[in-house]
Write a new protein. Sequence first.
Lengths: 271, 249
Amino acid sequence: MSNGVTPDDIALQGFRFARARLGDWLAEVGRTAMLMFETAGVSLQRLPAGRLVVQQMQAIGVQSLWLVIVVSLFTGAVAAVQAAYQFSSVVPLKYLSGVILRSVVIELGPVLTALVIGGRVGAALAAELGTMKVTEQIDALRAMGISPARYLVAPRVLAALLMLPVLTIYADAIAIFGGYVVAVGALDVPSPTYLQGLREFFRMKDLLSGLIKSVFFGNIIGVMGCYHGFQTEGGAEGVGRATTMAVVSSCVMILIVDYVLATVLFRILFA
Amino acid sequence: MIEIRGLAKRLGRRQVLDGLDLDVRKGETLVVLGPSGTGKSVLLKHIIGLMKPDAGSIRIDGEEIVGLGERALMPVRRRFGMLFQGAALLDSMTVGENVALAMQEHARGLGEAEVRTRVLERLDWVGLEDAVGLKPASLSGGMRKRAGLARALAMDPEYVLYDEPTTGLDPITADVINQLIRAMQQRLHVTSVVVTHDIQSAYAVADRIVLLYQGRVRYDGTAEETRRTDDAMMRQFIEGSSRGPIQPV
């Protein structure tokens, strides 16, 4: 070429760009992991104050309950409609409740609850800690010799990973109830048939795997919310960016970890 | 005594501190003056270990703190109290809880009644005993700074750092804060570093004044010497002129 730029140069530039991006991303992963391990370390050394944990359990768990109830009620209802449609006349409707039960308990309950809570709680954590960061409240804690990891992160992460399984149990039960309402009310499945299906298809390991997943999801939501809050810089705009990043990254992580755990749990542990 | 040698810090593309040397002597109130953006607050954050320098050394009573990890810094920080620019009160807590926080975290032998007595005593020093149950959001700027000062004094620090204590306050409230800084000085005999660009405040509280410009100390003198100085930079700063050796940014 006349200006001396060869395809090799372009390729090299592209490679450099990709390497820089990969580097940034790896650094981000490293910092997140460091925050997680630091938090675990300081909380093992001295447990976070029970009062702070309970406060966060209230904010993260109890106050999210209505959202979870509405979301799972309709999740169950949709599952019933969709399953009935896909069965058409091939599969008898007595299997309907079994399909709803297992898809809810294994997948829909834990994952949808985590995604919804990831949005609500992840954003709230990032906004709260981000505002504290830009108004120097986090520096003030450090200046007083108080570890922000122990005082702020540990109670939030602990509360999130304790409350997610609880919310998931609610979500499971309510989604199955939502399915029941649609199946019995609109699809003419007799009530005893639906209940019989539930009894027949219930597997303890399905429920356990869902709850194990929800503990991991709780950890992701807590850590990502706090991490992006701590990384906040530059006033209101920065808080907005941190909030978005917290929600996006926890939702993506939830789906990726869901796949990894599905493999580990069903192909190895419960195989 | 705080001894700072060759302290350097680059933030983005700006060399904020550029080989700064400074001593803070036991018991004195040192005022660090300088135009906005010359690294005054950055200097304070280095002294208390909130920021890590690119190069240089900071010794607190002979103990090197550059290179210490977060955990090793904790006991050092407990000897300090810091008043932040925006006071940085935890806004989820009342004024009283803010002042009590460090006591509850570090002096767990203290009973609830004892903590309460000490909190009220600190708030009484700054004239805020009536605000003990208020949230920071309902305080005025001056009250917030006073609450921040009460919190900084909660653990009987040996050193107190003030980041722009009078910035954003009306002159009368600013004088209240200056009087408080002076009063705490006489009552508690702490060593203080006050960062400000308010020359009136500097005269009111300082034993010694230094001028920071382009990352280094450019002037050093007692408050009395400073009033009469013919140092070109210091004069320009005192007179508040945009013409002179200090280039406005």
